[in-house]
Design a protein around this ligand. Sequence first.
Ligand SMILES: C[S@@+](CC[C@H](N)C(=O)[O-])C[C@H]1O[C@@H](n2cnc3c(N)ncnc32)[C@H](O)[C@@H]1O
Length: 331
Amino acid sequence: MEKGHEKDSMIYGVRRARGREEPIEVYTNLLVQPPEVASISGRDKELQTARMRHILARTKERLRRAWDRRRSHVDRPASSISPTFVAYMSRYHGKVEGWLSERDAAVCDCLLTFQNRTGILGDLLEIGVWKGRSAVLQALHTRQSERLVLVDPSIPPEVRCVIETAAPSGPTYLEIRSSELVHSEVYREGAGTFRWVHVDGEHSGQAVTNDLDVGNRLLGGGGIIAIDDFMDCQYPQVTRQTFEYISCHRSELQLFLCGFEKGYLCRPEAAQLYLAFLKESFYGEMRGRGHDQVTIFKTAYPSDMNCFGIGARRDGWDYWGPDDDETTIPI
Ligand SMILES: C[S@@+](CC[C@H](N)C(=O)[O-])C[C@H]1O[C@@H](n2cnc3c(N)ncnc32)[C@H](O)[C@@H]1O
């Protein structure tokens, strides 16, 4: 074969010829036909022509879909800039030491802002504060009527000072291990009253189960539990424990989003609300926060798994559906 043809052909399948298997090679560049194609005859040639037509039709369809995606990217407006996120990024993120990445901060901000817009009220809890990087974002989202509860064995005065510049009414600090939360007033009195629980403390399997149990008790009907380092290969026990917990509490919690360093759970009755938001607005919201190099995945049908994923941008697509039709986003 001439050198220039190599990248324009692909192995399409295998055929039996003269008692042995040979690859069927299809030339996708129709303008330049290699000498072998001209020499094959009869049924093989018909077969090859039919397959080429099929590949061309599929390629055209893929190109059309890709074009639709790109056009939708151009047409889909970025959401208006979130003032809370602007304040967080400009005043805190780079200045407060911590583990929350910019893109996770953007995802959390999208979800907290959506709760705000849809009137979902409730207290906020964080397990694992460190120097306050994620606590500050949550503090900025805490309304006057809500309480921010921060749990960590150690929350030094200088960390509290930073958090309090973002939370004028002052958070509730609990300097305890999260396993001791069951003895607290928050646990006793707070069942069903929280809209946001950020689990980012001890990363052992046992601690994750404890923290999910606390979150499950405290979470209100429209609330979200965010689990840090979910699906991170550094902490496989976090992923195992989360899935095990969900499968034992199917009627109470559902995973509706995962991506970057976190997984997000909600009550099954609230899942459609969040899934619809992710389908209609999530890309635009991320773009409005400066994160347009992402793709939102929904590669399973609801009967299989009703959960979105967010990851690095793929082939210029904003949204990516199931393998049998990447253009649909079934929820
Ligand atoms: C990864 S850091 C938290 C990062 C922080 N959320 C941020 O955004 O920068 C983990 C924190 O969990 C705290 N921690 C460790 N074990 C804990 C436990 N059993 N209960 C509560 N907090 C714990 C540690 O003291 C540490 O501050």
